[in-house]
Design a protein around this ligand. Structure first.
Ligand code: SER
Length: 885
């Protein structure tokens, strides 16, 4: 028997041998097509290659593409569990030619592969062609030798494939397999074509045109896009008639049987199939970055999860089931899709959390459902109010309620459900507009109401496409922004991070045909609306345009590093200082990180060094940075750090990194924090953490600033350069420089002291010979001097010495500084203080120096004056005063 994995690799190998580039599956959330909710065909990722907009280094490719058909245009959700071949998730095998080979070669490859390599009997195969496509019919006859009755011409759009309302398109030819007479159904085009006997396995699209808004134009070069359902092919190759009987599904269903203890038969069979199918779609969606939420893609995921969870409940599972099936899925598909392996923990945790949460209301909701429908019989209808209550209070998505009633043939009044939903929204709006917020905020609230929350793609990608949902300027919605104008743009989805949690908003550009828009900031408004501040540089921006969105990658890379480093510094601070360290604020920008935290005193040099080295130890571990979704209380219980007073939803992203090397946490996860920010993939991407400052912001709150990566390196380089400059000046090596500087400082201090002493001596007449000149002023001996270059604070000491020299008398010292200002000190020996006051004298001197006031005691006073050139006049004035006494 040929297993699914072998069938897939056989396909890819075949085309590789035939010069095709084997390209990885595009992500389930398309990056290049904003109108698609999920990837729904192999050609999605090549859309622009077909139209010539994008060039690739190859012109032939082959892929196994992950596809989800739930939500959006193609929605198979309701059929799963009830038909043999519907899935919410499946794999599409495809080969592509971008202007290389065309119809004949595509038919040759397909026929060769299925009949020679896979060995399908030719007599079980038939094909359809578009009625007008004579070429295709001729090739099938020539290449495959099919008789005319096995080449069915279909005139409808069934055989003209288009990607959507616009985009590449062309006639197609489908290959059908006949499962045999014992199965009901007729060939394509017949009345019984919906039966399971004739199953389409491969669709070859001859891409020839591009459908534009104006009409259909020729593609630059005719191309090929084919798609084969892997599960359907496996069904044929494994000789079964139901997709759920192939090896892959058997493994999943047997895991589900094992975990529930219920055999997959009778009524239970459908539930097991739903569970197996939904396990694949939910796991792959989570691995591609979708997380359950109440809007957009996240809500589709939640609907699928909860639908499966009800079936687990139907099977009587006493404990959450889905997460226990993940290892089996990873074993079956992880090799082909390593992203599934990488995200295994995230997938498991997310499924478990959702199931624990949902089980809390599931039982009661089902009770309500039972009582509300007790009186209904087949053909009856559940009222919309109850369906809405189930949705609003018990978390039952509408389709889950419908699914639950399907077996009893009871429908739901969806119009009534929608009306109840609208009423609730109107109430919310009324309650909100009463809150009196600013006019601009009102715009965002209204836009959020109208367009829903923006789908954020930025955890996974920095480039994507998005459709302009609305434009605003100042405080109102506008119809356009022209070149040179600035305003705000809201899109259906965006890779731009909206400022929050301390992390600054992204910048970058938005591009369209003849349109260039610069994004200068991105902010989050009205709970989930991403508002881009923009300047239109070229062209005209209007709602409805699909734009290429490009986050400034270098800037974002630096932001990621700084954000992850903030977590490491936070944990290192707790390790070094203690668990009283709690975050008080943070700023994560591309240039640096700033972290405020509670701590009563400045950090010692040694503490800072240890914090820095602990953070860098984790950088060197190059440990993967893991993100999970958890319930808040569960996360906090697990030790995740949360910001006190911060509003968190019921579920939170928890970011963990590194393994602790020392302390109580040794060998456990190093950093675990609730965080909605963007982070590096591995701690090594941070490069290096350097603390550059530590200081106080408020009582008991310290602030640390740090740099990472190239900023840190540039900083250290400049420090190093300065160090070398210093060493150069000192004419010594960098090693000896600090000791040399300390020595110089000490020498200088000594020299200053010596210089001051020398000056004093000089001022007072120098070297002890004779001392300063003494005059007679009235009855007083007066020693008065102008002393230059003496520090004013030394004057008093000098005056004291002069008093000793005089024995009895008056001392006046005036020092004039370089800026011309004067300081004056007057002193009187104790025996004379009843005759004259030093304070009176200093006032007279100060006045002469152009100053005013001065003060002190009767025996010693001091003052200043702006005009040092009047020093002699000041002395003369004092002398005259003394003479007059
Ligand atoms: N695009 C086509 C399809 O989805 C063939 O790959 O069927």
């Amino acid at each position: 028997m040929t297993g699914v994995n072998e069938i897939r690799s056989t396909f890819l190998d075949y085309f590789k041998k035939n010069d095709h580039e084997v390209v990885e599956s595009g992500p389930l959330v398309p990056r290049n097509d904003p109108t698609l909710m999920f990837a729904n065909a192999g050609m999605n990722q090549f859309k622009n290659v077909f139209t010539g907009l994008e060039k690739r280094p190859y012109s032939r490719a082959a892929t196994a593409q992950k596809v989800v058909r739930a939500g959006g245009k193609h929605n198979d959700l309701d059929n799963v569990g009830y038909t043999a071949r519907h899935h919410t998730f499946f794999e599409m095998l495809g080969n592509f030619s971008f202007g290389d080979y065309f119809k004949d070669r595509a038919i040759e490859f397909a026929w060769d592969l299925i009949t020679k390599v896979y060995g399908l009997p030719a007599d079980r195969l038939l094909v359809t062609v578009y009625a007008e496509d004579t070429d295709a019919a001729v090739y099938w006859k020539k290449i495959a030798g099919l008789s005319d009755d096995r080449i069915i011409r279909i005139p409808t759009s069934d055989n003209f494939w288009s990607m959507g309302d616009t985009g590449p398109c062309g006639p197609c030819s489908e290959i059908f397999y006949d499962h045999g007479e014992h199965i009901w159904g007729g060939p394509p085009g017949s009345a019984e074509e919906d039966g399971d006997r004739f199953v389409e396995i491969w669709n070859l699209v001859f891409m020839q045109y591009e459908q534009t808004g104006e009409g259909r134009i020729d593609l630059p070069r005719p191309s090929i896009d084919t798609g084969m359902g892997l599960e359907r092919l496996a069904t044929v190759l494994q000789g079964v008639h139901n997709n759920y009987d192939i090896d892959l599904f058997k493994a999943l269903i047997s895991a589900s049987e094992h975990e529930t203890g219920v055999d997959a038969e009778g009524d239970a069979l459908g539930s097991h199939r739903v569970i197996a199918d939904h396990l694949r779609s939910t796991s792959f969606l989570i691995a591609d970055g979708v997380l359950p939420s109440n809007e957009g893609r996240g809500y589709v995921l939640r609907r699928i999860m909860r639908r499966a969870m009800r079936h687990a409940h139907l099977l009587g599972a006493a404990e959450p089931l889905m997460h226990r099936l993940v290892p089996t899925l990873v074993r079956e598909m992880g090799r082909a899709y390593p992203e599934l392996q990488r995200a295994e923990d995230l997938v498991r945790d997310t499924l478990k959390l959702e199931e624990i949460r949902f089980r809390k209301t599931l039982e009661r909701g089902l009770g309500l459902l039972d009582s509300a429908t007790a009186d209904l019989s087949a053909g009856g209808q559940l009222d919309g109010e109850t369906a809405f209550k189930l949705y609003d209070t018990y978390g039952f998505p509408l389709d889950l309620t419908q699914d639950a009633l399907r077996a009893r043939d009871i429908s739901v009044d969806t119009a009534g459900f929608n009306a109840a939903m609208q009423r609730q929204k109107a109430e919310a709006r009324a309650a909100w507009s009463g809150s009196g917020s600013a006019a601009t905020e009102a715009v965002w609230f209204a836009l959020k109401e109208k367009h829903g929350a923006t789908d954020f793609l930025g955890y996974e990608t920095e480039t994507a496409e998005g459709v302009v949902a609305a434009i605003a300027a100042e405080d109102k919605e506008v119809a356009k922004l022209s070149a040179g104008e600035s305003g705000y743009v809201v899109l259906n989805q965006t890779p731009f991070y909206g400022e929050s949690g301390g992390q600054v908003g992204d910048t970058g550009e938005m591009l369209g045909t003849d349109l260039r828009v610069r994004v200068t900031n991105t902010q989050k408004k009205a709970e989930g609306l991403f508002v881009h501040s923009v300047v239109v540089e070229e062209g005209e921006l209007v709602p409805g345009l699909a734009l290429e969105l490009k986050v400034d990658r270098a800037r974002r890379t630096a932001i990621r590093a700084n954000h992850s480093a903030t977590h490491l510094v936070h944990e290192a601070l707790r390790e070094v200082l203690g668990s009283h360290v709690v975050q008080k604020g943070s700023l994560v920008s591309p240039e640096r990180l700033r972290f405020d935290f509670a701590h009563p005193k400045p950090l010692a040099e040694e503490e800072l060094e240890t914090v820095e080295s602990y953070a860098n130890e984790i950088v060197l571990q190059n440990a993967p940075v893991e993100t999970r979704l958890m319930a808040v209380d569960e996360a906090i219980e697990a030790g995740a750090m949360a910001l006190f007073g911060e509003k968190y939803g019921d579920e939170v992203r928890v970011v963990s990194m590194g393994t602790a090397l020392h302390g109580d946490k040794a060998d456990k996860t190093y950093s675990l924090e609730l965080c909605g920010g963007t982070h590096v993939r591995r701690t090594g991407d941070i490069g290096l953490v350097t603390l550059v400052s530590e200081g106080a912001v408020a009582a008991g709150v310290r602030r640390i600033e740090a740099l990472t990566g190239s900023e840190a390196r540039a900083y250290l380089e400049s420090q190093d350069r300065r160090m070398r400059e210093i060493a150069g000046i000192l004419k010594t090596g960098a090693e000896e420089a600090p000791a040399r500087v300390a020595q110089l400082v000490e020498e200088r201090r000594k020299l200053e002291r010596e210089l001051a002493d020398a000056r004093k001596k000089l001022a007072m007449g120098g070297g002890g010979e004779g001392g300063a000149p003494v005059k007679e002023a009235g009855v007083f001996k007066l020693m008065a001097r102008k002393v230059d270059g003496i520090n004013p604070k030394d004057l008093k000491g000098m005056a004291d010495e002069a008093k000793v020299q005089l024995g009895s008398g008056v001392v006046v010292l005036i020092s004039v500084a370089e800026d011309g200002k004067a300081a004056i000190v007057t002193a009187i020996t104790q025996d004379l203080t009843d005759k004259v006051s030093a304070v009176d004298l200093v006032r007279i001197g100060s006045e002469a120096l152009g100053g005013r006031g001065g003060g002190g005691r009767p025996d010693m006073a001091q003052a200043g004056g702006p005009d040092g050139s009047k020093a002699d006049a000041a002395i003369a004035a004092i002398e005259a005063h003394l003479a007059g006494l």
